[in-house]
Design a protein. Structure first.
Length: 168
């Protein structure tokens, strides 16, 4: 089984000191969101083989606070600048090209692309918006990443920071 975790970065400031979108930091609320999710991941004993993280400051900070709280080695995080402006098709192509020795992959990125990836893989769901620090864990009953599709995708778990009750 292959497992894919899709995470939208935590709550970010509307502006950055440089004026560049890529440099927007997390707000204090965003840092707390990432830490709370980290505690939940730790409690679920989530195993990760690799994490692809956009080069944007807010995604890098989300990864740092999440991993520090969950007890996940930051060495598993790979900066993937291509995620920043990628469309969902590019994300899916890269997932399908993942080394088959890896069984679990976390992608920390941006909307609307993260929502589109989830909606492509879980057709019955069709989210309007993956919220900040929203996480979707999707399982695939396959042995090769190139075989993943909506027909073999199953939503395993999700967490949305502001939602107490499941929408599923």
């Amino acid at each position: 089984m292959k497992k894919l975790l899709i995470l939208r970065h935590a709550k970010a400031a509307f502006e950055s000191a440089t004026g560049e979108d890529v440099d927007r930091p997390l707000t204090e609320a965003g840092k707390q969101q990432a830490q709370k999710l980290g505690f939940k991941l730790k409690g679920r004993n989530i195993h990760l083989d690799v994490a692809w993280v956009s080069h944007a400051l807010r995604t890098q900070q989300t990864c740092f606070f999440l991993f520090a709280t969950a007890g996940i080695s930051i060495e598993l995080a790979e900066e993937a600048s291509w995620i920043y402006q990628a469309d969902y098709r590019t994300i899916i192509q890269n997932i399908k090209a993942t080394n088959d020795e890896l069984d679990s992959l976390l992608i920390i990125g941006h909307n609307p692309t993260m929502t589109q990836v989830v909606n492509f893989l879980i057709e019955a769901l069709q989210l309007d918006n993956l919220p900040t620090c929203g996480l979707m864990e999707i399982g695939f009953d396959v042995t090769k990443w190139e075989e993943i599709s909506s027909s073999n995708a199953e939503l395993i778990w999700h967490d949305f920071p502001k939602v107490e009750n499941s929408f599923l």
